[in-house]
Design a binder for this molecule. Sequence first.
Ligand SMILES: *[C@@H]1O[C@H](CO)[C@@H](O)[C@H](O)[C@H]1NC(C)=O
Length: 314
Amino acid sequence: MVFFKSALLFATTLIHLVSAQVGPGRVTGDIAAHDPTLCKDNNGKYYLFSTAPGLDIRTSTDRIHWTLEGRVWPNGGATWTDEYTGTRDGNLWAPECYYTGQEFWLYYSASSFGSQKSAIFLAKSTTGSPGTWTHLGMVTSTAPRTHDYNAIDPNLFIENGNWYLSLGSYWTGIKLLRLDPATGKPLSNALISLARRTANSGAVEASTIYKNGNYYYLFTSWDNCCRGTNSTYNIRVGRSSRADGGYVDQNGVALTNGGGTLVLATHSRAIGPGGQDVYTDNDGPILVYHHYTSAGHALGINRLSFANGWPVVV
Ligand SMILES: *[C@@H]1O[C@H](CO)[C@@H](O)[C@H](O)[C@H]1NC(C)=O
């Protein structure tokens, strides 16, 4: 039995070591996307939003070939973000899209590197095209800096009419807010802690909550983003039987206590994978992320299998 158990553990570990090596699926065209989020409209057209001045919009009809359409906020239009980014035409980060069936909702972050003077804003558009977005105001902020977390990297999770926003980066980690579905804004300021690390300066960010079968999965990115081919970003996961906490990794370590099972790490075909989103497409769960090559940052798209109860990149 002991032998069997350790053989099983070995096999499971092997699966994860192998999965952590799987290269990005084929993507072509303009794939220089960072912190991507994926949506699809009623005609089956894909929309990918990502970090950039004004936020980039890319579209695809086949999820392989991508065309850069332009910006959510062209020509420095998001003036309300300038005090957080410290620039004009600010570099807005890590958007999160949701398509209602009629319109696109987009959460996004305004901050500057390593600062808690940060805010998350909300916009919507019926077409998803550049320059068609309506500013719906601020969702939450950690400025002035009296908070122990950082209000960037929004992720929306909806189930049975309950709306949740997870967010956070470094400091005390990943937090969860309940949202009012009518407005997309917080119901209260009550925060729940979902994940926290002390290792590597508390480097955990880019949360994504995803439901598969009986479990909720919390994906995060660990370690160092945004250093080109020196990036050490890697995608981690834990799971829980409820959305609003209790996440543990495959070894049973709480994500609030530094736990996190490896999903995808640096390997020869992808350096520093992270900034991920998980989207349910017709062919199942899809992991969307960025990674680095010597040419810069690039989009990665892979299918995810939850066959053994834990996500494996395929
Ligand atoms: C990686 O780190 C080395 C050593 O610090 C530095 O010289 C190089 O410029 C870095 N490369 C990138 C892409 O940041």
